[in-house]
Design a protein around this ligand. Structure first.
Ligand code: PLP
Length: 248
């Protein structure tokens, strides 16, 4: 099926690809500049958030060198990843997830970045174990989503006080790899403050789990602040794909 995917050459005349190429280059430039400004030597990993955009855009992005994409709804991600089976991209699940969707997510996800409760970790462990015995999938990279708001749960995530316990339940499960933390900056507050808090939470976590060094932070609006405070992964949607099509 891979012969149906666009190559850089076949995509060259397509105006959508041209737009994606231009915006992708601009975002990559911002990431490079922010990395240099932060005095860091290594750039964070770019995850292009393709939610609400068609599978064809994921294929175009892959032809432009994108290796990692993010999705926030299982139904949509399952369909796209099935349609694009064989395309060399890693699928990251970044949305609120019900435990009964774990089985589906374990079929395509390279990481789940939105783990906010032990029951979800348990469900994922069970689903990954089954998938590993059926298809030999690798361990699932797991990020704990942390709420950085005082009145928690607005944009999702575990309370900082619950991170240690949740980390333990992920680290002790076979098939799951504790990869780090993830957060969305609260609305209406300076993102730097939120990402500084996340960096401190990450540092505490690494004290207990040295390999859990991932910090997934930073979206289109605030990637510079995230890079400044140590993000290892950025989740960028609208600045590359344009505004999201309305659903329904
Ligand atoms: C949609 C989404 C993003 C991307 O946001 P943009 O503002 O479009 O860059 C990042 N993270 C999460 C959790 C999202 O749901």
């Amino acid at each position: 099926m891979s012969e149906n995917f666009p190559t850089a050459e076949s995509a060259a005349g397509d105006p959508r690809t041209a737009g994606l190429r231009e915006r992708l280059a601009a975002v990559r430039q911002r990431i490079s500049a922010a990395t240099a400004a932060a005095g860091r030597s290594e750039e964070p990993q770019l995850i292009v958030v393709t939610k609400f955009h068609p599978a064809a855009d994921v294929a175009r992005l892959a032809a432009l060198g994108v290796t990692d994409v993010g999705e926030n709804r299982d139904q949509e991600a399952a369909a796209k990843s099935a349609e694009l089976a064989g395309l060399p991209v890693r699928w990251h699940f970044i949305g609120q997830l019900q435990s009964n969707k774990a089985k589906s997510v374990a079929k395509y996800a390279f990481s789940v970045q939105s783990i906010d409760r032990p029951q979800l970790a348990e469900a994922l462990a069970k689903a990954v174990a089954r998938q590993q015995s059926e298809s030999g999938r690798p361990d699932l990279d797991c990020y704990i989503q942390v709420s950085l708001e005082d009145d928690a749960a607005h944009r999702g995530g575990a309370a900082p006080a619950d991170v240690e316990r949740l980390a333990e339940s992920i680290a002790s499960a076979t098939g799951l790899r504790l990869a780090g933390v993830m957060a969305v900056a609260p609305l209406g507050a300076p993102p730097g403050e939120a990402f500084e808090k996340l960096a401190a939470i990450s540092q505490d976590l690494r004290g207990l789990h040295p390999d859990a060094a991932g910090i997934s932070a930073g979206m289109s609006q605030d990637l510079e602040a995230a890079v400044q405070f140590g993000a290892t992964h950025l989740r960028i949607g609208s600045d590359i794909l344009g505004s999201r099509p309305r659903v329904g």
